[in-house]
Ligand binder design. Structure first.
Ligand code: MIG
Length: 648
């Protein structure tokens, strides 16, 4: 059961789309509210209570024992104690004797103290007086999550090709660079579905432009690649360069579509293109206009995009540059001062007529950019589009996916990728993934292979790295055939992975879950964070340590152990309990639950070549419900499911 409580005059966030009954304040049972600034909501935890949720935050799947802050923020140093990442996902579940969830629906800063002092107190401090609080009661943690997923609406549905392997790097500048990446994948037999274009494809980093010298005929080039089954995915940044004569800039200024500064003129912030204005994405007419701008890309045949710098990230502002920054609070221990100051320096005009500083509605900015792009692309294209954003808020999951930003080529970041997946799923973000191999720093052969073995199971499977780091395309390393094996596993599993993703989205379930959600009565399963359930049949237990030749795996029930290597799949049935499993770098081991099936297809060079229907069945089950469509129709429904039976 879900109920909501209103405090003050909440800002419309569009997070919840289903009707939820409104209660009186006196009916709030799970929290004690303390008025004030900030206002706080607290409760006492049971000794063994687990806290799930909070989407894109650091640390493990159980969030208990630390503080987290929702204040979207571009910081590439993903250390365990970093309080804020790029997204604000204010939903969590307390799971113990009983299970309940809470969603603090406010776009302003929220601090979640999840028992950091160890005295069993959970407290949530909300900077704004205006908020909606949703409380969910359920039978267990997963039941609570499913009710929540129901009210926030269906996940974005990407096309099939978005489930292929993507190669990306900040540093591919020209058509030649991209062609070389594609040719190398072909040469080494490594499957590939798309290549991302980072900021260098633009003319001087200006949104909605194409550098004509680097891509003389983007439409022709895109069409040629499509024939090979390869898509291009350009980046779009949040700020519009101040440059009279640039149509998008001129239109935005003329129509009053940009955020304002203290003086009421268009706010200026320096980002990649130099000084820019920020579109006021919180207004519908601005979103409609911004979404329309993607036409210059869709006219070139492009169908996939990534939105960046939309926390928004700011290098400098007009005030900082002039040294005339207005007075702001000092000494916030949680955020560098400039980030608070910058966001207090510009203003949105909401559709309800109110004016709010960005600081007050901060966490909605990236989400509303995603919404603008998603709705625009939906109007422009007669098929499904790929979109993933860096910044987000719950609700944005209906318009696009997210990637987890600027991680690094370290084993901790690989582990964090594993922890992020179920937490993001709980908050609606099913289409997600991390920069495989790591964005910052130098990757290496072992790390990339182990990382691919995880990314095989994440909806977004993209190898991305930063400029000035060592190149980490699969073909750069010794024995590229090992990389071919791991990437081709992805394609062989797509009949299952795509089906499970689509069913989860259409039924508003999670796609990747913690073990405890499928085995709520199993005390040991409740403690395990480095194994995950993927769809209804599969459990993964990835190797996350350098030099490890294997690991201990916990099986809550008897399962089929599947090993995939250069000679295909081998299966053995194994009993419940702990088990030591060895896996060389060029093999992936995963598990199929008792009585379940996994359909696997033939190897393919990309999804265009893949036949989702030409499958064999692995596992001990007798039937599997497989979702199959053309990979691009907008009319997706459970009627696309076919039942597969294991032959006796
Ligand atoms: O300030 O476009 O997270 O994926 O490669 C860095 C360049 C801007 C940050 C993104 C990253 C991207 C990079 N961008």
């Amino acid at each position: 059961m879900i109920t909501q409580f209103h405090y003050g005059t909440p800002v419309e966030t569009f997070a919840v789309v289903e009707q939820v009954p409104l209660c009186d304040h006196e009916q709030l049972r799970h929290f004690t509210r303390k008025k004030g600034s900030p206002q706080s909501f607290s409760c006492q935890l049971g000794e063994d209570d687990i806290i799930y949720g909070l989407g894109e935050t650091m640390r493990g799947i159980n969030k208990r024992g630390a503080r987290y802050i929702s204040f979207n923020y571009d910081d590439p140093h993903h250390k365990d104690d970093m309080p804020s990442m790029y997204g604000a996902h204010n939903f969590f579940v307390v799971d113990g004797e009983t299970a309940f969830g809470a969603f603090f629906d406010t776009p302003a800063k929220v601090v979640f103290d999840m028992d950091s002092r160890g005295d069993g107190v959970l407290s949530v401090s909300c900077e704004s007086q205006d908020l909606r609080l949703y409380v969910v009661e359920g039978e267990n943690a997963y039941d609570v999550v499913r009710q929540f997923l129901h009210v926030i609406g269906q996940s974005f549905l990407p096309p099939l090709w978005a489930f292929g392997y993507g190669q990306s790097r900040w540093g591919y500048k020209t058509e030649r660079d991209v062609s070389r990446v594609i040719a190398k994948h072909e040469e080494k037999g490594i499957p590939l579905d798309y290549v991302c274009l980072d900021i260098d494809y633009m003319d001087r980093y200006i949104d909605f432009t194409i550098n004509k010298r680097r891509f003389p005929d983007l439409a022709g080039y895109t069409a040629g690649l499509k024939e090979k089954g390869i898509h291009l995915v350009p980046i779009v940044d949040a700020g519009i360069k101040i440059e009279p004569g640039n149509r998008v800039y001129d239109e935005g200024v003329r129509s009053g579509f940009f955020c304002k500064n203290h003086e009421g003129t268009d706010f200026q912030a320096e980002v990649w293109p130099g000084m820019t204005h920020f579109p006021d994405f919180l207004r519908e007419e601005v979103r409609t206009w911004f979404g329309e701008q993607y036409r210059i890309y869709t006219d070139c045949g492009l169908e996939g995009f990534w939105n960046d710098m939309n926390e928004p990230a700011i290098f400098s502002t007009e005030y900082r540059a002039k040294g005339t920054k207005p007075d702001v609070e000092r000494g916030d221990p949680d955020q560098p001062e400039r980030h608070i100051a910058d966001f207090k320096d510009f203003f949105h005009r909401l559709d309800d007529g109110r004016e709010k500083s960005n600081y007050e509605v901060h966490n909605l900015f990236g989400a509303m950019m995603t919404r603008a792009s998603g709705e625009g692309l939906d109007r422009l294209l007669d098929k499904r589009y790929l979109l993933f954003s860096r910044s987000s808020y719950i609700g944005a999951h209906r318009y696009g996916g997210i990637w987890t930003g600027d991680n690094a080529s370290t084993w901790e970041m690989l582990r964090q990728n594993v922890y992020h997946m179920p937490s993001l799923n709980m908050c609606g973000f099913l289409y997600t993934g991390a920069d495989t191999g790591g964005f910052g720093g130098n990757s290496n052969r072992e790390l990339l292979l182990r990382w691919l073995a995880v990314s095989v199971f994440t909806p977004l499977m993209r190898n991305h790295s930063a400029i000035f780091t060592k190149n980490q395309e699969c073909y750069r390393f010794r024995q590229p055939e090992d990389f071919r094996t791991l990437v081709s596993l992805r394609y062989r599993l797509l009949p299952y992975l795509y089906s499970e993703f689509m069913k989860a989205a259409l039924r508003r379930n999670m796609y990747i879950k913690p073990l405890a959600f499928d085995y709520p009565e199993d005390g040991k399963a409740r403690e395990i964070e480095d194994q995950l359930m993927v769809g209804e049949s599969v459990m993964i237990a990835p190797i996350l340590e350098q030099g490890a030749k294997g690991r201990i795996v916990y099986l809550p029930e008897p399962m089929t152990e599947v090993r995939y290597g250069s000679d295909g799949f081998t299966c053995i049935n194994v009993g419940a309990g702990e088990r030591t499993v060895m896996a060389p770098l060029n093999q992936v081991v995963f598990y199929i639950r008792q009585g379940k099936l996994v359909p696997v297809g033939k190897p393919a060079a990309n999804t265009a070549e893949l036949d989702l229907l030409d499958v064999e069945l692995l596992g001990t089950g007798s039937v599997y419900e497989q979702y199959v469509d053309d990979g691009s129709t907008k009319r997706c429904g459970l009627e696309h499911c076919v039942i597969r039976r294991r032959e006796a």
